[in-house]
Design a protein. Structure first.
Length: 251
């Protein structure tokens, strides 16, 4: 089924990641990259790959940017929506090659192996994400700091996983988390408590920074991943602190 899939990627100053991501997509006849006018070498790296079709559009929201990328696909019935730090495993490529969607199945979720500095963690808080879907049956909505894909049809789950491998600087990570926290705080304030999931309820009452440390270390098992696991736990703790501060008007 590989010849029926076009990967879509959004980029903005992704020189630390995009080479690895595109190297895992050499099987695709065409990869659509929609860039938000990067000021680093992202464009140069992308244009080294013969199968990359590079576009640029000023960023306004994640949902509109992804929808524009989706609308650029005129080539295949299926698309594979990837962040610039998603690296496909060979097992996933093999699974996509053999994939035969059932009647009415229009999307697939993918699980992730989270990496810190290239080291695989045995667990993470990163949920499965709809990555593969039929283009004619899907559209994007804004959801907090990011987008949500809406697929009209059955959603199944792929067996193989994607590596989440973000190697941008910590200063860039902190800046992004502060921005995301403000957007997530706004989403929480606009959602009735009864309509929240358990994670958002914990965030709403302010307990998330306390809960996330033991949950990440022990329940998700990253305490056994050494310094990489500790760094990941620190990142999750700081992200929740930023969200709490944003809700209190202190960010």
């Amino acid at each position: 089924m590989l010849d029926q899939i076009t990967p879509l990627i959004l980029t903005y100053n992704e020189e630390a990641n995009i080479q690895r991501t595109l190297s895992s997509l050499t099987w695709a006849h065409r990869v659509i990259v929609l860039d938000s006018f990067s000021s680093d070498s992202t464009q140069e790296i992308c244009t080294r790959f013969d199968n990359v079709e590079f576009h640029q559009r000023a960023f306004d929201s994640h949902s509109k940017q992804w929808q524009h990328a989706l609308d650029l696909n005129k080539y295949t019935p299926w698309v594979l929506a990837l962040d610039a730090d998603y690296v496909l495993s060979q097992e996933l490529v093999d699974e996509l090659e053999q994939l035969k969607p059932k009647q009415g199945t229009h999307g697939y979720k993918t699980k992730f192996v989270y990496r810190i500095d290239g080291i695989n963690l045995r667990g993470s808080l990163y949920p499965p994400v709809i990555t593969l879907y039929k283009a004619s049956k899907a559209y994007y909505q804004q959801d907090g700091h990011t987008q949500r894909i809406v697929v009209d049809g059955v959603i199944e789950e792929l067996s193989a996983k994607i590596f989440h491998d973000d190697r941008k600087t910590m200063s860039r990570w902190h800046d992004s988390q502060k921005k995301y926290a403000l957007q997530e705080a706004r989403k929480l304030s606009e959602t009735h408590f009864s309509g929240m999931g358990i994670n958002d309820k914990i965030r709403f009452i302010g307990l998330a920074p306390l809960v996330v440390i033991p949950y990440t270390l022990i329940v998700r098992g990253v305490i056994f991943d050494g310094l990489a696991g500790l760094r990941y736990t620190y990142q999750r703790f700081i992200a929740e602190v930023y969200l709490l501060r944003a809700r209190l008007g202190l960010l």
